[in-house]
Design a protein around this ligand. Structure first.
Ligand code: WTA
Length: 649
């Protein structure tokens, strides 16, 4: 991380927006003024872009740390994302150009998606799902995943999407915490040239009794062999064929829960972040329009996130669909069958707007620009990134090689908790600084504070906070009010503590410096050190474990574990075997994304005299750096022994 920060601090290049964008979106500039004059009035105007059943009369009710936005209004989120566009005469507009990994394709218009969601709403109701019930969605990038989310929204059920790479125990943990009664999954889906089974993971997750799941709805995709439980399992296509086509949507209050999405925190247990309806939809659609300078009639937008993460929720499903956007959706990985794949897709559909993660950009860089050159990328006019700080080199490469040296690159900072983009350039307006997320979007107030809660001076670093509530903010942690208060509001009172370090530059613009807590960011995915540590110590052979996020040139950070084995385990296995066994153990227990890059078997762990593991020193060791301050170390011999071992390796 420190190299990366040094680069950020010396970056001085600037890129003005292209003239043609500026002219077209002059109004974006005025949004800042409007929001400054009357912040709540500004958000009310944005909210009125949605279709309301009952208009709201109050904008914000703020009882820190609880906000209600537009709360006496009612609307239906799915109607806003679907029926509204059909009613406006845009039913023939393509909603999704879907590309399966083996090369099969589907085109779904807004009319098609609306029809699918109406039927599915009937299916869900037929299976006994009612407003407020929770539905777990364990699906990869299939159009049915989008339909599943919107069908829940249509009937007021609360979805909780679980990333398809998560293990049975992780899926079960989320099902139980949310109290889900239905799971929607698939037999399997394509990934890296093979069918990756998902239904068996659901079966495994539900094997032990004690859960509340009554039905499992299964999308047929992989055509792989799966077990079937007649009392519980239903094929999606069969249920859809039997369901009525019409479905009358009912409006729900603005603050009706929309979804729960689990994310890693500083303790071992993931937090169920709760989002509600109208405020969330207002800010996701507003930011999607203005950050990306959206032209819904002509743009083809491709966000490469998985719908199991918040970026998929906010910038594939809700924001873009509320805006009637035409999108590309892709199953599988970018390097299958060849590394030309993403660029061929951009050429095929004339993608104008591409939104991806720094880790993907660094992977493209590593593979080399030759892969991009056989495709025509001239349709691209706006590029975006999200998920972790982007190093200026990757930013400039992205603009030059993918963007032909002319496209703006917007670096968007936000979190599962914030629901929508908070800090970002606006493509048509802002003069860009590579590596900086720059300025809060209109209507958002953030600051960088020192530990005592005072704003830092321009040029200094500190902790990032949101100083005012915002429409798409989390409404709580599912079932855990105490943790909600403690995590986000204890530190600075009624200011939201994001958990990120940041620096204000001489212009007062914001540069993100990474997490300040024990959360790692691996390929843009949040992982908790505590969660991986508890997985490691749950293994029979492990006496103690410490996990750190070490800087990695491609994935941003990588999981590195230091493990003390029990005597028996040291006897039965070589060190290499033990390391391999433990890497696989974590991958199986949590999911492949959590598999440590390295496991080091060590005789002891460096601790302070009060017994706290000194992760800072472990990070230094993992990154091959000279050790920082060791004065609080209880026993210098411990790090000497580890260093010895590192030199030996
Ligand atoms: C990090 C993803 C720097 C940050 C939308 C945050 C970023 C965490 C950026 C949230 C960015 C996200 N620049 N860091 N543009 N975007 N982050 O909840 O540390 O998966 O706290 O949401 O990712 O990750 P989450």
């Amino acid at each position: 991380m420190s190299d990366h920060i040094d680069h950020l601090l010396t970056e001085t290049r600037r890129f003005a927006p292209p003239q043609e964008l500026r002219g077209a979106s002059a109004t974006s500039d005025e949004l800042y003024d409007r929001a400054k004059q009357d912040r709540l009035g500004f958000w009310a105007e944005q909210a009125r872009e949605l279709q309301w059943e009952t208009p709201f009369t109050e904008v914000l009710d703020w009882q820190p740390p609880h906000a209600k936005w537009f709360h006496d209004g009612t609307l239906n989120v799915a109607v806003n994302c679907l029926d509204r566009h059909v009613d406006a005469g845009n039913g023939d507009r393509v909603a999704f150009h879907w590309e399966g990994e083996p090369g099969d394709r589907r085109t779904l218009t807004y009319a098609d998606m609306t029809a699918e969601v109406k039927r599915l709403a009937n299916v869900l109701e037929g299976l006994g799902v009612r407003a407020g019930d929770r539905v777990a969605i364990y699906l990869p990038m299939l159009p049915e995943a989008i339909a599943a989310m919107l069908a829940c929204a249509r009937i007021g059920a609360v979805h909780t999407a679980v990333f398809g790479g998560f293990s049975p125990s992780n899926l079960r943990g989320r099902i139980d915490d949310a109290g889900a009664t239905l799971v929607i999954t698939t037999d399997g889906a394509w990934r890296k040239g093979k069918v990756f089974p998902l239904k068996p993971t659901v079966d495994e997750a539900l094997r032990e009794p004690g859960h509340g799941v009554r039905n499992v709805l299964v999308v047929k995709r992989g055509e792989n062999e799966i077990d079937w439980d007649d009392s519980r399992d239903t094929w999606y296509h069969e249920a859809m064929a039997a369901a009525p086509a019409e479905h009358v949507a009912q409006a729900f209050p603005a603050e009706h829960p929309l979804f729960i999405l689990y994310t890693s925190g500083t303790t071992g247990r993931p937090k169920g972040i709760l989002h509600t309806s109208a405020g969330y939809l207002t800010q996701t659609s507003f930011t999607h329009r203005h950050v990306f300078d959206l032209k819904p009639e002509s743009d083809v937008y491709w966000c490469t996130a998985d719908i199991g993460w918040v970026t998929g929720h906010s910038y594939i499903v809700y924001g873009p669909m509320a805006n009637g956007t035409t999108q590309v959706m892709h199953e599988g990985t970018f390097d299958t069958p060849t590394p030309e794949r993403p660029w061929q897709i951009i050429e095929r559909y004339g993608v104008t707007t591409f939104y991806t993660a720094p880790t993907a950009i660094r992977t493209f860089m590593k593979l080399g620009r030759q892969h991009t050159q056989s495709s025509d990328l001239s349709s691209l006019r706006v590029l975006g990134t999200v998920g972790e700080p982007i190093n200026p080199e990757a930013w400039v490469w992205y603009r030059e090689v993918i963007g032909g040296g002319t496209t703006p690159v917007v670096d968007t900072w936000w979190q599962t908790e914030t629901g929508a983009i908070m800090i970002s350039a606006l493509a048509a307006v802002t003069t860009l600084k590579p590596g900086s997320a720059q300025v809060p979007i209109p209507g958002i107030e953030v600051d960088v504070l020192d530990d005592s809660g005072q704003p830092v001076a321009d040029g200094d670093g500190g902790l990032l906070v949101a100083t005012e509530p915002w429409p798409s903010m989390l409404r709580g942690i599912w079932g855990d009010e105490e943790r909600y208060r403690e995590t986000y509001w204890e530190k600075f009172g009624d200011k939201y503590f994001a958990g990120d370090g940041a620096r204000k530059d001489e212009d007062g613009e914001i540069w993100l410096l990474g997490r300040v807590d024990d959360v790692m960011n691996v390929s843009g995915h949040r992982l908790s050190t505590a969660e991986i540590e508890s997985s490691l110590v749950a293994h029979d052979g492990v006496a103690e474990a410490a996990v750190v996020g070490a800087t990695d040139a491609t994935t941003g950070q990588a999981v590195v574990a230091f493990v003390i084995l029990k005597q028996s385990a040291s006897r039965d296995h070589t060190i290499e075997e033990a390391e391999q066994i433990l890497r696989e153990h974590v991958a199986k227990d949590i999911g492949a994304i959590a598999r440590p890059r390295q496991v080091f078997i060590v005789p002891d762990l460096p601790k302070t005299r009060s017994g706290k593991i000194m992760r800072r020193l472990l990070r230094d060791l993992a990154e091959g750096r000279a050790l920082g301050d060791t004065t609080t170390l209880a026993d210098q011999g411990v790090v000497d022994a580890i260093q010895q071992q590192f030199r030996g390796a």
